[in-house]
Design a protein around this ligand. Structure first.
Ligand SMILES: Cc1cc2nc3c(=O)[nH]c(=O)nc-3n(C[C@H](O)[C@H](O)[C@H](O)COP(=O)(O)OP(=O)(O)OC[C@H]3O[C@@H](n4cnc5c(N)ncnc54)[C@H](O)[C@@H]3O)c2cc1C
Length: 430
């Protein structure tokens, strides 16, 4: 049964490949509730699989622009040559989960969503939905730090943010591998961004690489905050204990501009002597400039409400957009709840949304308040040591988190590996 459905899908995909200029409407299957999921990352893949497992009669279609899955979690380890993580450990095909879970897969880029007509427009097709789940992840908001398009383009190419997988990660890897010495700057953005511990873990992994390869380099973290955005005291301890000669952490330091010709970065820093913020300059050899983040631009473009920072608004306690009862927004794009923008949280919330939709199709009421999400997030700090944070939630007008941070230890590093491959297996059925 599963194989037959898979071949049906293959035929369907082949049909899509041959329709290029004309926009084809995918036939509506009357007897099945049609759930369309936009974005095949951590949240989207979890929804596609879970919905089919909860009710195989639901017609589930996942739309994803990339033709393979690429992971951000564990990319910092690969960057720093830690834990034997290879490029293959980060990249996977979509076929196994499609075959095993029998959902439709449309490998196209979404360009528009019409919430009134309940249609999703891709580059080649128009797809109808009854319920829509948007799991589109983040976009960068370079406009907040640069005034013109030329500077944005230059920064994207020469100092990529690498919060999205693919070319940005490969570029960063090349920058680390070819590094001969000098300052490697990581600038952390203001506001909420994807994976709060990622820049600090990245600093540790690059410093670990410099240490191992005896490179006379320093990783300099420019952070507008007073301390790291996640696991702050553990990261400060790791910088001090393991990377005294390799990492300089600069709090109250906000990125202002970058000059690639004379290789300097200007940042606003709180000067303790003058007791005010002043502009300072620092030389760099390579830079990883992370701009402010926001929800994927399609959400706002589709007239779905976002907050002042560009994150999607939801109707509490649900994951339904405040702009449409039939559109759910899960994963990093949502800004309603104080959830860490993590793969684990995306996965956990996607399970909840799938349960809600499966109940809704059966006309059953879903009790959000008794189905709490959970989060665990590991950060490697050395070759064989890591630190983790665990979040639990209760509901009182909104989701209230409580958390526990581990010590830095080898056992936690072992747990990190188990967690990563467990999650990959969960969503991709490898
Ligand atoms: C360096 C780094 C390390 C990290 N480490 C961890 C970690 O250790 N643990 C952890 O839990 N989290 C970690 N994260 C965070 C994690 O990667 C994100 O929180 C997670 O990817 C969010 O899942 P998502 O489904 O919301 O978005 P994504 O996984 O980004 O999925 C969005 C999908 O939508 C697709 N898409 C976007 N636009 C379109 C379009 N127009 N048409 C079609 N498809 C589209 C994208 O191609 C993508 O596949 C890390 C992140 C980074 C950057």
């Amino acid at each position: 049964m599963i194989r037959r459905d898979f071949f049906k899908y293959s035929l369907f995909a082949a049909t899509l490949l041959t329709t290029n200029s004309a926009i084809a409407s995918i036939p509506k299957k009357d007897k099945k509730s049609k759930v369309v999921i936009c974005g095949g990352g951590f949240a989207g893949l979890t929804c596609a699989k879970t919905l089919k497992q909860l009710d195989k009669n639901i017609d589930v279609t996942l739309i994803e622009k990339n033709n393979n899955f690429s992971s951000c979690p564990f990319s910092n380890l690969w960057l720093g040559e830690v834990g034997n993580i290879s490029y293959e450990d980060l990249n996977y095909d979509y076929y196994k989960t499609i075959e095993k879970n029998s959902f439709n897969f449309v490998n196209e880029e979404i360009i528009k969503i019409d919430k009134n007509k309940k249609l999703v427009y891709t580059t080649k097709n128009i797809i109808e939905y009854e319920y829509l789940i948007l799991t589109l992840g983040i976009d960068y908001n370079y406009e907040k730090i640069f005034k013109d398009k030329k500077s944005i383009q230059e920064c994207k190419i020469k100092a990529p943010a690498a919060l999205k997988p693919g070319s940005e990660h490969l570029a960063l890897k090349r920058m680390v591998k070819n590094f001969k010495g000098g300052n490697f700057i990581i600038s952390v953005p203001n506001g909420a961004y994807r994976c709060p511990p990622a820049p600090y873990e990245r600093a540790c992994m690059i410093a670990n690489y410099f240490k191992k390869h005896k490179i006379k380099g320093k990783v300099i973290i420019l952070d507008p905050r007073d301390k790291p955005a996640a696991k702050p005291y553990k990261f400060l301890k790791a910088f001090e204990e393991y990377y005294k000669d390799f990492i300089i952490y600069k709090p109250y330091s906000e990125f202002k501009k970058i000059n690639f010709e004379n290789k300097t970065i200007t940042y606003k820093n709180f000067d303790e002597n003058q007791i005010e913020y002043i502009n300072k300059k620092i030389d760099f050899e390579e830079a990883n400039i992370i701009p402010p983040n926001q929800a994927n631009a399609l959400i706002k473009k589709s007239n779905l409400e976002v907050d002042e920072m560009g994150w999607a608004k939801l109707r509490k306690p649900t994951f339904r957009s405040t702009s449409s009862e039939d559109i759910y927004i899960v994963g990093d794009s949502q800004g309603e709840y104080a959830f860490a923008k993590s793969a684990q949280m995306a996965n956990s919330c996607a399970y909840i949304v799938s349960e809600e939709i499966a109940s809704r199709i059966k006309n059953k009421i879903f009790d959000y308040k008794n189905n709490m999400p959970g989060n665990v997030c590991y950060s490697m700090v050395t070759e064989d040591k890591a630190v983790s944070i665990m979040h639990n939630f209760k509901y009182e007008d909104t989701f209230i988190p409580s958390y526990e941070i581990s010590e830095i230890s080898h056992d936690v590093a072992v747990g990190a590996k188990g967690w990563y491959f467990g999650l990959i297996n969960d969503i991709l059925e490898i």
